[in-house]
Design a protein around this ligand. Structure first.
Ligand code: HEM
Length: 591
C-alpha cells in the first residue's frame, strides 16, 4: 500500500508530463551519468510537447526545458522567483547559505551573490573596454610560438594560454597558470554530477567523517584552494607596499574598490577574485578545442577563414579592431559553440516559490534545467542541426541570419550563456578571446589531422568524444599544426620574442620606478587612448608588444604626456618667466 501511495504521489497528474517515476528513486536508474544531456533530450522528444517535462531523482524535482521560449518565460520573465541555485552536495555550503562566500556562480540568490556579481561585472566590463590591457594579444603570441615548438602538447598549451590570460588579469602573474588550472579542474569535477558519487547518491555525503572518503577529500581540496586564493591577495598587498605590484584586478580591489565595496573583507575578496580567474579557464578551453576539431573536419571553412584574415588584416595578426570585418571567422566560432555546446545540460536554477505554470503545479525548490543541447538542436531554428554549417549565420534565407554582418554573428546572447539574473558575466571576454585566438590560428597554421607514420593514413579526430562534466571539452586527440609558410612561422616566432623582450623591459622599468608610484599617489587618472573613447589607467604599464598598433598607442600616450608636461610648465610661472607683479612671490627659504 505504501508503495502504491508513493507511486501515485510521485506521478501526480497535476505535475507536468514526463517519464513515469518510480517511488523514492524517480528515474535515477536509467539516466546515465555519461552524456546525460543526450538521454535528457531523448525524454524531451517524447514528453516535452509543450517545451518542458518533469522528472525526479532521489526526491529532487526537475523541470527540464527543451524550448528556449519556455526558458525565456520561466527564467527571464519570472526571474524574480526562479533565480536561486540548487545545493551541490559534494561542496561545503555551495550556495553560501551559511556565509562561506566562495563560489559566485553556485551561490543562492543572497546578498553575497548580489555584491560579488556587481563587482565581477564591473571588473570584466572595464577590462573589455580596455581591450584586456593587451594581455590576450601577448598570450596569443606566446601560444603560437609554443604550438610551433611543441605541437604534440597542444591541449595542455591551449589550456595554459587560457589560464595565463586569467592569471595576468587577476594577479599580473602568468607563472601562476599551472596551479590555477589544476585548481579549476578540481572544482569543476567536484561540482559536476559526473564527479564524486556523492553528487548523485547524495545520502553518502552524510556518512560520519571517518567513513567518508568523499568529505575528507573535499576538505583537502577546498582548504588548499582557499589558502592559495588568500595567498594571492596577501602577496599582492605586500608587493604593493613595496611598490612592486603592477596593475591587475587584485590591486584594483586593494587600491580602490576595498574602500567603497560592500564585500566583508579579505576572505571574501580573495574568493571572488580567485573564482573569477578560475571560471575563465575551463569555460573557454571547450569552444577553443572544439574549434580545432571543426576546422580539421571542414577544410573549406578553414580556407575561407584564412582568406578572410589575410585579406582583411593585410597579412598581420588579427586584433579586436578587425572583428567587424571578419564575419566568416565569427560565424565559424558561433557555429562551433552551437554544434558542440560546452555546457550541454545548462546550469540549473531553483524555484523560490510554488507556481502554476501552463496549468501545472511547480513546487518551490524545483530545479529548472535549461537543456542547451535541446535548444541548439531545434530543427525549425537550426535546420540540419547535427551538421557544422556556418553559412546559417552568413546567408539570407536561414532562420538565424541577421544583419549587419559587421555586428552579427555574435556569440553574445546565445542560449549557452544562460538566462535572466544568472546569465553569464563572461560573454564578452569569451567572444574576444575566441576571436583573437582563432584569428591567430588562421593566420599562422593550417590545422590538419596527423598522419600515421607507418601507413601514412590520417589519424581520426573524433567529433563526439568528451568528458561528461558540467562544462565539457573533447577527449585527448592528436592533430598537426602546419605553419602556413616558413615566413609566417618565422614571423610568429619573431613576434613572440619581441613581445617577451618588451614585457621583460616593461616589468624592469616598473620595478625601477617608472611606474611604481601609482599606488602610493592614490588613484591615477584614466588615460584616453587611440582617440576611440577607450579609457584605461593600466595601459601604459601594460605596453608589451612592439607591433605597429601598440607603438601607435605608445606614441599617443607619449604625445599626451608631452602635452600634459607643457601645460604644467606653463602653469608654473617662475619656471619660464620673470615674476610679474601679479604672480605670487615665493619665499624659497621658507617654502
Ligand atoms: C564558452 C564560454 C562560457 C559559457 C558557455 C558560459 C556559460 C555560463 C552559464 C550557462 C552560466 C549560468 C547561467 C545561468 O545560470 O542561467 C554562467 C554563469 C557565469 N559565468 Fe559563464 N560561461 C562562459 C564563459 C565565462 C567566462 C570566460 C567567465 C569569466 C571570466 C564567466 C563567468 C561567469 C560567472 C561569474 C557566472 C555566474 C553568474 C551568476 O551566477 O550570477 N563565464 N556561465
Amino acid at each position: 500500500y505504501q508503495m502504491l501511495k508513493a507511486y501515485r504521489q510521485i506521478n501526480d497528474p497535476k505535475s507536468p508530463p514526463g517519464p513515469v517515476q518510480l517511488p523514492y528513486v524517480g528515474r535515477i536508474h536509467d539516466l546515465p551519468i555519461e552524456f546525460m544531456w543526450i538521454k535528457l533530450k531523448e525524454w524531451g522528444d517524447v514528453y516535452a510537447q509543450t517545451g518542458f517535462y518533469r522528472t525526479t531523482m532521489l526526491g529532487a524535482n526537475f523541470l527540464v526545458l527543451t524550448d528556449e521560449k519556455i526558458a525565456e518565460e520561466l527564467l527571464v520573465k519570472k526571474a524574480k522567483f526562479n533565480s536561486d541555485r540548487p545545493v551541490i552536495r559534494s561542496l561545503f555550503d555551495s550556495k553560501s547559505t551559511y556565509g562561506s562566500m566562495e563560489y559566485l556562480p553556485l551561490m543562492g540568490k543572497n546578498e553575497y551573490w548580489a555584491r560579488q556579481r556587481k563587482l565581477t561585472h564591473s571588473y570584466l566590463t572595464e577590462a573589455s573596454n580596455a581591450r584586456y590591457y593587451n594581455v590576450m594579444y601577448f598570450e596569443c603570441k606566446r601560444w603560437l610560438a609554443r604550438l610551433i615548438e611543441d605541437p604534440d602538447n597542444f591541449q595542455a598549451i591551449l589550456e595554459d594560454m587560457c589560464s595565463k590570460v586569467m592569471c595576468q588579469l587577476t594577479w599580473d602573474d602568468p607563472e601562476l597558470s599551472t596551479y590555477c588550472t589544476k585548481s579549476a579542474w578540481g572544482l569543476l569535477r567536484q561540482m559536476s554530477p559526473a564527479g564524486p558519487i556523492t553528487n548523485v547518491l547524495t545520502p553518502l555525503w552524510h556518512l560520519p567523517w571517518h567513513l567518508n572518503p568523499w568529505k575528507r577529500a573535499e576538505r583537502k581540496r577546498h582548504d588548499e584552494q582557499q589558502d592559495w586564493w588568500m595567498e594571492r591577495l596577501t602577496t599582492t598587498r605586500e608587493k604593493m607596499a613595496k611598490g612592486e605590484m603592477r596593475p591587475c584586478f587584485t590591486r584594483q580591489y586593494l587600491e580602490k574598490t576595498s574602500k567603497k565595496t560592500t564585500l566583508s573583507g579579505d576572505y571574501e575578496a580573495s574568493c571572488v577574485l580567485g573564482m573569477l580567474a578560475l571560471v575563465g579557464i575551463f569555460t573557454v578551453v571547450g569552444p577553443l578545442s572544439y574549434y580545432l576539431v571543426a576546422m580539421i573536419h571542414h577544410p573549406k571553412w578553414q580556407e575561407a577563414v584564412q582568406r578572410e584574415v589575410d585579406e582583411k588584416c593585410n597579412g598581420r595578426l588579427p586584433t579586436l579592431e578587425d572583428a567587424p570585418n571578419l564575419p566568416i571567422l565569427r560565424a565559424c566560432i558561433k557555429e562551433t559553440m552551437r554544434w558542440r555546446p560546452n555546457v550541454p545540460t545548462g546550469v540549473a536554477h531553483e524555484t523560490e516559490a510554488d507556481d502554476i505554470f501552463r496549468g501545472y503545479f511547480i513546487p518551490k525548490g524545483t530545479r529548472i534545467l535549461p537543456l542547451d543541447w535541446a535548444f541548439l538542436r531545434n530543427c525549425d531554428k537550426y535546420p540540419d542541426p547535427d551538421s557544422f554549417r556556418p553559412e546559417r549565420w552568413l546567408e539570407p534565407g536561414w532562420p538565424t541570419y541577421q544583419e549587419p554582418l559587421t555586428q552579427f554573428p555574435t556569440i553574445k546572447g546565445m542560449t549557452s550563456f544562460g538566462w535572466g539574473q544568472r546569465q553569464c558575466l563572461g560573454q564578452t571576454l569569451t567572444q574576444d578571446e575566441l576571436i583573437v585566438a582563432c584569428g591567430a590560428l588562421a593566420w599562422a597554421f593550417t590545422l590538419k589531422p596527423k598522419t600515421d607514420p607507418k601507413t601514412g593514413a590520417a589519424l581520426p579526430v573524433p567529433t563526439d568524444k568528451s568528458n561528461s562534466l558540467l562544462i565539457i571539452r573533447p577527449d585527448p586527440f592528436s592533430m598537426a599544426f602546419e605553419p602556413r609558410s616558413e615566413k609566417r612561422k618565422e614571423e610568429a616566432l619573431r613576434l613572440w620574442s619581441q613581445a617577451e623582450r618588451d614585457d621583460i623591459a616593461a616589468r624592469k622599468a616598473f620595478l625601477e620606478g617608472l611606474g611604481n608610484d601609482r599606488g602610493e599617489k592614490g588613484e591615477p587618472e584614466a588615460v584616453p587612448i587611440n582617440g576611440n573613447g577607450v579609457k584605461t589607467d593600466w595601459l601604459c604599464n601594460k605596453m608589451r608588444d612592439g607591433d605597429k598598433e601598440r607603438q601607435n598607442v605608445s606614441l599617443d600616450r607619449l604625445e599626451q604626456l608631452k602635452q600634459d608636461i607643457l601645460i604644467h610648465i606653463k602653469s608654473v610661472p617662475d619656471l619660464h618667466a620673470e615674476p610679474t607683479p601679479t604672480a605670487p612671490i615665493i619665499n624659497r627659504s621658507t617654502s
